[in-house]
Design a protein around this ligand. Structure first.
Ligand code: GDP
Ligand code: MG
Length: 277
């Protein structure tokens, strides 16, 4: 018999460490050299097959790629909710990003709720000739600080660019999540709210790509500003709030010299993106 289970993993870490790149490598086996900051939350999913003690599982892994900016604490908090596991990413070539794993990301995720699987991912391995020393030193400092807890964590050096260890990292953390959730006494339901976030996330991504076409360049700042100025709550996006957000966005576009008629056409289209009320 085949069991279907859904689980949620968040990818966390400072800006530019390679969170989006790791997700893209894992989900679609692609890599981009150029950098675009992630807008809000990107949610993707992938089905993984496992066989555990003779039983077959199809695990639908929802991967949440969360914007790192400090203005988006609220978005980040939502990502932590009902999370089954977290991949905490640092950049091997950026020591500040490694320091914030210990100082910020590990404390926030372990405090925010109880039993979660954690993977420590040190990315951009391709940029270092020999990363073994740095990697070993970092992992042992984590073990000193976090003790037995840390023995359970997946730890890996990866390269989203070459693909090295990326698939393994996702498979390993997902397997741990699966094993702990199918252990006797644990239920295994789909993470709540995925649909809601998916539709608002999808709507905002669509707006972002339309804007790129409209403006001739990628400009997520205008969306971020409009989101901040509106009362839209991504956890429970209401029709009126979404319309308010679109109105603010339209004002921005007008002030950027987009013709009213053209902007209105897009507005109409965008207002249909969020069907849930
Ligand atoms: P995020 O802000 O954490 O989502 O980071 P991104 O995934 O957007 O990556 C930031 C920059 O680092 C982009 O220019 C990527 O092309 C680059 N990058 C990401 N992962 C790697 C990697 O493993 N190796 C190298 N050389 N560059 C990477
Ligand atoms: Mg990103």
């Amino acid at each position: 018999m085949m069991r279907q289970i859904a689980k949620k993993v968040a990818i966390l870490g400072d800006m530019r460490v390679g969170k989006t790149s790791l997700m893209n490598r894992f989900i679609s086996n692609t890599f981009e050299e150029s950098y675009f900051s992630t807008l809000g939350i990107n949610i993707s999913k992938k089905k993984l097959n496992y066989s555990i003690s003779g039983e077959d599982f199809v695990l639908t892994l929802y991967v949440w790629d969360v914007m790192g900016g400090s203005n988006f604490q609220e978005v980040r908090r939502l990502a932590f909710e009902n999370v089954d596991g977290a991949m905490i990413v640092g950049d091997l070539t950026n020591s500040a990003s490694l320091k914030s794993i210990t100082d910020f990301w590990l404390p926030s995720i372990t405090e925010s709720s109880g039993n979660k699987e954690i993977a420590l991912i040190l990315n951009k391995l391709d940029l270092l000739g020999d990363a073994l020393g740095l990697y070993t030193e970092f992992i042992s400092s984590i073990r000193t600080e976090w003790g037995e807890l840390a023995d359970e964590w997946v730890a890996m050096a990866t390269s989203a660019k070459s693909g090295e260890n990326v698939e393994r990292a996702f498979y390993d953390i997902a397997r741990k999540i699966l094993v702990s959730s199918v252990a006797p006494g644990n239920d295994s339901t789909a993470p709540e709210g995925v649909q809601d976030y998916g539709s608002i996330g999808g709507a905002i991504r669509k707006i972002s790509s339309d804007l790129e076409f409209l403006l001739g360049r990628r400009d997520n700042a205008v969306i971020e500003e409009s989101l901040k100025a509106s009362t839209l709550d991504v956890r429970n996006p209401l029709r009126e709030e979404f319309d308010e957000f679109l109105k603010i966005l339209a004002n921005h576009l007008e002030s950027m010299g987009i013709e009213e008629q053209k902007a209105n056409g897009y507005l109409e289209k965008w207002s249909r993106l969020l069907l849930a009320t």
